[in-house]
Structure formats: C-alpha cells, structure tokens
Design a protein around this ligand. Structure first.
Ligand SMILES: Nc1ncnc2c1ncn2[C@@H]1O[C@H](COP(=O)(O)OP(=O)(O)OP(=O)(O)O)[C@@H](O)[C@H]1O
Length: 463
C-alpha cells in the first residue's frame, strides 16, 4: 500500500488563516498550529486572472506557475497548476503535485518555500498547489542570467548556508525528507533576498527502509544526480549532499552543472581535479575576490569536493556542511571588518557618481591623472596641480617620513583636490633625501556640497 494512501494531503487540512503565517510562526518548526487552506478553484482562477500570461511566472516539468492575488489582493501567492492529470480513479500512485502537497504539509520552515494550501480543478481533478510567492527569482537566474560582478564570495556563502540549513532541516525531520531535486532553479529568493528551497515534487518523506522509499524509482535532474543512486534501495540523505555539492560548485564557479561549451562539460569533472591539485582559488568565478582569505577559500573548495565524493558514505552530513560553511563565512566576515577602513575608503558609495581617477608617476613629480570612466587622460604635474589650484598648496611636508601635497583646482574641467602621499628616505649611497614611493588620494568636489574621497591602491611610484 502506498504511503500516500494512508496519509494523504487532505488529511492535513482544516481551515487556516494564512495571515498568521508570520516569520515567528514559521521559524518554529514544531509549530503545529498552521493548517492548510483548501482553495476553491474559482478563487484561484480569478486570483490568477484566469491563469493569464501576465501572471505567468514560469514553467517546470510538472506544470506552470502563476502569481495569484488571493483574498482581495491581501495575500500574494504562487499557484502551481500541474499538467499531470491525477483523478482518483486513475491509479494509486501519487502525482508529483500530490507528493508535494503531502510532503510540504509536514515540513514547515522559514528556509523553505512553504505550502499555503491547494485546490482541485473540478473538470479534470488536477491539483493546484498554493505556495508562498518568491518575488526575486531563482538562484539559477542570479548566477546565469545576471551580471555577477557584485556577487561576492560572502554573499555566495551566505546563500549556500541558507540552502544547507534548509536541507539539514529536511534531513532531521521525523521522518526525514530527502528532497531529491536540489538545484539552482529550485532555490528561490524571498522579498528580503533570503534563499528558500522549493519544488518538493520528487521529495520522499520516510525512513530509507520504508516501503515507499524502497519502491520509488530513482529521480532527479541530470547534472545534479548522485551517481551512486541507481536503484530505489541506494537512496540516502547523502544523495542530497551530492546534489548540494554540485550546487556549491555552481555557486562558487558561476558555471552550470552541465555546460557543453566547456570541456569537460560537467562542473564536477572540471572542478574536482583542480581542487585535488591544490589550486583552490581556480574554481572560483573571476568576479570573486579569492584573496580575501585563503583559508576560507580552501575550506569552501574542499567542502564542495567532499560533498561530491563518489562514495556516498564519505560525504559529510548536512550538519557538518552547515558548520563548515558557517566557519568559512565567519572568516570572510572578519576579513571585511579587519580591512574595513581600507575597504570603506576604496569602495565608498558615491552619490553623485564618483569618477575614479588613477594616478601614476611618469617621472619625479609628474603625475598622470586619468579618468577611467570618462576615458580622458591628462598629464598633470604636481606643480600644475598647485599652479591651477584655487587655494594653492595647502599642506606639504618634506621631512623623512610621509609627504603630503594637497592642491585644489579644476582638472578635466572639474573642481577637485589632489593629495599626493609619498615617503621620504635618505639614499644609502649618496645620503640625499629621496621621495621613494607613495599612494595618491584624490578628493573630488563635483558638487561643492558633496565630498567624496577615493583612495587608490599604491599607484604612485616616485623615482
Ligand atoms: N513560489 C514561487 N514564487 C515565484 N516564482 C516561482 C515560485 N515557484 C516557482 N516559481 C517559478 O516558476 C518556474 C517553474 O517552477 P517549477 O518549480 O515548476 O519548475 P522548475 O524548478 O523550474 O523546473 P522542474 O520542474 O523541471 O524542476 C520557475 O522559473 C520558478 O522561478
């Protein structure tokens, strides 16, 4: 007898107030108060404007998803309209929709795309699943359809932790839930850009020895599927760990799980040999700053390689995965704080937009100031800067130690100030005072009321 025949979705239903689905109530996994709603088909039809194109969110292998404004617009949800007909007389096996309703009605967590209720199409008996609406798209879109230049390592690790915690919650539920379809398109972002795990169409709830688990054929998505999972009896929580490992490699590298434009096309076949050779940073997206903390970079790369090990038993449990990701995240966060002063000066938020200047010294006392954004280059000596300045040289020191030369004046037709920082030292051979090298700080005043300070790297070299 199928598991669902003794414990179906209908049994989990009574009336429910969806407005009570607060973060607090969701964050309590033991919350037994939440009851699913059974929506009238007519209400779902009108909430989606008759499943109109304008409400269409996307299509999956089991159906189409629509945005639905229920309860007079007070409750925004996503409605999954399944394509598989599942009339009661058809067969006894559960459709993915039945399975999703059944599983999601038992596990609630703020890291999941939670079930609110469901409805049934009166004509063909198809199930409609009503879940929380995720307005910020999927992790797949974020990684593969967007500009990832500002998608730094800390943000990537934060998302990985949120997904890992969601899977950990499933694996530690009683009975455990194995998701079986962990992939970037099933990670969606809520209104606060928190990652949530969704799509429980293939999930299995029960202990590995349970009849249902033992009788369900293997399923999943190519590229993420555990190579050890060839028969129903092979399934374990470690299959999810494998898929999560692929997801980690995808998050870190920005590469698809399978991408035919690369050789080898599989992200695991490409990344694991690189990690084994010790070139940990090589697997990270070029937009990721891997110099922030080498230990964290190594921890993350090694963790991903451990998750995709070919022997399931050697893969870490999700509890360890969460722990390791959290430790790496802490390291990365502390790096940001250690270098906060430096970072803050360099990446100061600019309003109005800051034009970045790069400065190089061509020869002693000659500074080339170039604007990267406007692509103008002008040769300016420090004398010129002082000469052009309104206020002249406002500070200068020529003793051993730091050298500061500050001038204000128009550069590139713009009112700005330049501060050259250098170091004075005495030549060992001649005993003469020398300016050796220094940095440059440009203080630009585009709008006299707004001052922006941009500190360059060590761009000035005095000979
Ligand atoms: N709760 C939701 N809120 C907003 N958009 C959603 C929600 N659920 C799904 N979507 C969007 O609907 C589309 C289809 O989702 P669905 O989960 O049915 O399929 P999938 O995960 O993309 O593919 P497959 O079914 O093959 O696993 C996706 O593009 C997804 O971004």
């Amino acid at each position: 007898m199928g598991y669902l025949s003794s414990c179906n979705a209908e049994s989990a239903i009574s009336t429910c107030d969806s407005y009570n689905l607060t973060k607090k109530s969701l964050s309590n996994p033991q919350n037994k108060q939440f009851k699913l709603r059974k929506f009238r088909f007519a209400d779902l039809e009108s909430a989606t404007n008759r499943f109109s194109e304008s409400n269409f969110l996307g299509k999956g292998s089991h159906g189409s998803v629509y945005r639905a404004a229920l309860d007079g617009g007070a409750l925004i949800t996503a409605v999954k309209r399944t394509t598989v007909n599942h009339s009661p007389e058809r067969n006894t096996a559960a459709s993915p929709a039945e399975n999703e309703i059944e599983t999601l009605s038992r596990v609630r967590n703020p890291r999941l795309v939670n079930l609110l209720g469901f409805g049934t199409d009166p004509i063909d008996g198809r199930k409609l699943i009503v879940v929380e609406y995720m307005p910020n798209g999927s992790l797949y879109d974020l990684l593969h359809k967007n500009d990832t230049r500002t998608f730094g390592l800390s943000k990537r690790v934060r998302i990985a932790i949120q997904v890992a915690k969601a899977i950990h919650h499933l694996h530690t539920s009683n009975p455990p839930v194995i998701h079986r379809d962990i992939k970037s398109s099933n990670v969606l972002f809520d209104g606060k850009w928190n990652a949530r795990l969704g799509d429980f169409g293939l999930a299995l709830r029960g202990h590995v020895e349970d009849v249902k688990v033992q009788c369900t054929p293997p399923a999943g998505t190519l590229g993420y599927l555990d190579p050890c999972y060839l028969a129903p009896g092979d399934l374990s929580a470690k299959s999810d760990v494998f898929s999560f490992g692929i997801l980690l490699l995808e998050i870190f590298s920005g590469r698809n799980a399978i991408d035919l434009r690369f050789s080898p096309p599989s992200v695991v076949d490409w990344a694991v040999p690189i990690i084994r050779s010790g070139d940990y940073s090589e697997i990270f997206d070029r937009n990721v700053d891997v110099t922030a903390d080498e230990t964290a970079v190594r921890m993350l790369a090694v963790l991903a390689a451990r998750c995709v090990r070919s022997t399931a038993e050697k893969r870490p449990a999700m509890a360890e995965v969460v722990q390791c990701l959290t430790a790496a995240s802490k390291r990365l966060t502390s790096q940001v704080w250690n270098g906060f002063g430096r970072v803050r000066r360099r990446v100061r938020v600019t309003s109005p937009p800051l034009i970045e200047y790069e400065a190089l010294v061509e020869s002693t006392e000659t500074v080339i100031v170039s604007s990267r954004r406007v692509r103008k280059v002008s040769g300016v000596t420090s004398e010129q800067v002082k000469g052009r300045s309104d206020g002249g040289c406002v500070g200068r020191s020529r003793s051993i130690g730091s050298v500061d030369e500050i001038g204000f004046g128009p550069l590139d037709g713009m009112k700005c100030g330049v501060s050259v920082k250098g170091m004075m030292s005495r030549s060992k051979s001649t005993g003469e005072l020398q300016k050796r090298y220094g940095g440059i700080v440009l203080q630009m005043i585009r709008n006299p009321n707004v001052r922006e300070l941009e500190s360059s790297k060590l761009l000035v070299r005095f000979r």
